[in-house]
Design a protein around this ligand. Structure first.
Ligand SMILES: [Zn+2]
Length: 424
């Protein structure tokens, strides 16, 4: 498949055996090294001196570096430098990731060697590799990079240190520093890459919002209700939303100051929300245009808790399902649509009855679909304000609702507020 094509290109570029390149590439990709990074590192391994057109790489301002540059020499101030462990050719390997800036711009970098970079350092990186990531250029500092520390600093329009508010964090951010209150925290055992391991996971918040977190190497400073400064965390997508990752290289210090966790969710239109690719806490408004199949009275597998159909779990086969209720409603505001998923409590609210009531109704009708029909009659065509976690992935755009309220406020007042917003 695709990998084969990459291997073939590489092998012919580098003039080496294709099988060897394929094996190396497969190995790297297996350890979740992105394909571009894997190719770049194989170019280094097999000594591709020609990449970038040959000759000594030219000196460039960071603002002028493009993904088409092969290798460049740049001078800049290290804004952030975060260590992270990745598995590389079967071994754990510590890399340093962050941002580098000069007067003209800032760029992400990955250092494959320990150059001892820290925020505030001014460096010149000779023969740094350039790769493309998500349409943007990034620097690779590796074996073939000559790195020197400069005495004189640059006057740059950026702050070093990576301090950020939760609302401004995006998947892919590295070496971030946040001051947060832990609003939810639990210890879990997971199947890690080295067998069973204990982690902490939960939710952190600041004035700007809330995000889920995982602490891969549990520290006592992270506890429910605690207020902490987390340095050198990275942001990765988990279940469709950005998540703060606290690793063995992060530092966590308790804070004296109180942090007010903002109670307001971000309010957006549906189209914009979907385009973000996933938000942890968002408020959307729109009309329920349909209630999807699989709503109302459902049965779940007692083993894995997934929905069973005709007594069959996809994984566990014939099972004695547990009765439950949920709603999958399509919410549309004219800019886009999402599937809003209501849990059992919210479903009981819109059904206006308990699970027992629903079972009773189904028994009388000798058809459990009547429960979904009842809910359909109640909510389709009405306007709702929904708050919850939006994930956008191959399963579509799903909003796990925490609240689901009919918008009964006066439409004239709303129109007036909207016009004021437009005028302003
Ligand atoms: Zn199951």
């Amino acid at each position: 498949m695709e990998l084969d094509k990459h291997a073939e290109d590489l092998a012919s570029d580098l003039g080496v055996d294709k099988e060897e390149v394929t094996a190396d590439l497969q190995n790297l990709v297996e350890y979740s090294v992105p394909i571009d990074e894997a190719k770049q590192s194989l170019r280094r391994k097999y000594g591709d001196g020609s990449s970038g057109g040959g000759g000594a790489p030219s000196s460039k301002d960071l603002g002028d570096v493009t993904p088409e540059d092969g290798n460049v020499t740049v001078t800049g101030v290290v804004l952030t430098a975060g260590k992270r462990s990745i598995r590389y050719q079967g071994d754990d390997h510590v890399i340093v990731e962050g941002r580098l800036a000069d007067e003209t711009g800032a760029i992400d970098y990955t250092a494959w060697e320990d150059f001892g970079l820290s925020p505030g350092d001014t460096i010149t990186a000779g023969n740094a590799g350039v790769r493309e990531w998500d349409g943007e250029p990034e620097l690779n500092l590796g074996e073939s990079t000559s790195l020197s520390f400069e005495e004189e600093s640059l006057d740059i329009p950026y702050e070093s240190g990576g301090e950020s508010q939760l609302a401004d964090l995006h998947t892919g951010d590295r070496a971030v520093t946040v001051d947060v209150t832990v609003t939810d925290c639990e210890r879990r055992t997971i199947d890690g890459r080295d067998g069973e391991t204990e982690i902490l996971s939960g939710v952190v918040g600041d004035e700007s919002g809330r995000l889920p977190f995982t602490n891969w190497d549990p520290v006592p400073e992270i506890e429910d209700g605690g207020t902490v400064r987390i340095e050198n965390a990275y942001v990765q997508e988990f279940r469709g939303v950005p998540e703060v990752n606290v690793s063995e290289f992060s530092s966590v210090t308790p804070l004296e100051a109180e942090i007010d966790v903002g109670a307001d969710a971000t309010t957006m239109n549906v189209g914009d929300a979907v385009r973000t690719g996933g938000i942890y806490d968002v408020e959307l408004s729109g009309n329920v245009i349909a209630v999807r199949d699989g709503s109302g009275l459902i049965q779940r597998c007692p083993e894995c808790y997934r929905v069973v159909q005709k007594g069959q779990c996809r994984t566990h086969g014939d099972v004695d399902g547990i009765d439950d209720m949920r709603v999958k409603a399509i919410l549309d505001d004219g800019t886009g649509a999402v599937t809003v998923v209501l849990d059992d409590d919210l479903t009981e609210q819109v059904y206006d009855g308990t699970l027992e009531d629903a079972l009773e109704q189904a028994r009388e009708a000798m058809d459990q679909e009547v429960v979904a029909d009842t809910i359909r009659d109640r909510i389709v065509g009405l306007e709702y304000r929904v708050r919850g976690h939006l994930s956008v992935d191959e399963y579509g755009s799903n909003l796990d609702a925490e609240s689901f309220e009919e918008r009964s406020d006066d439409p004239t007042a709303r129109a007036r507020a909207f016009l004021e917003e437009v005028d302003a």
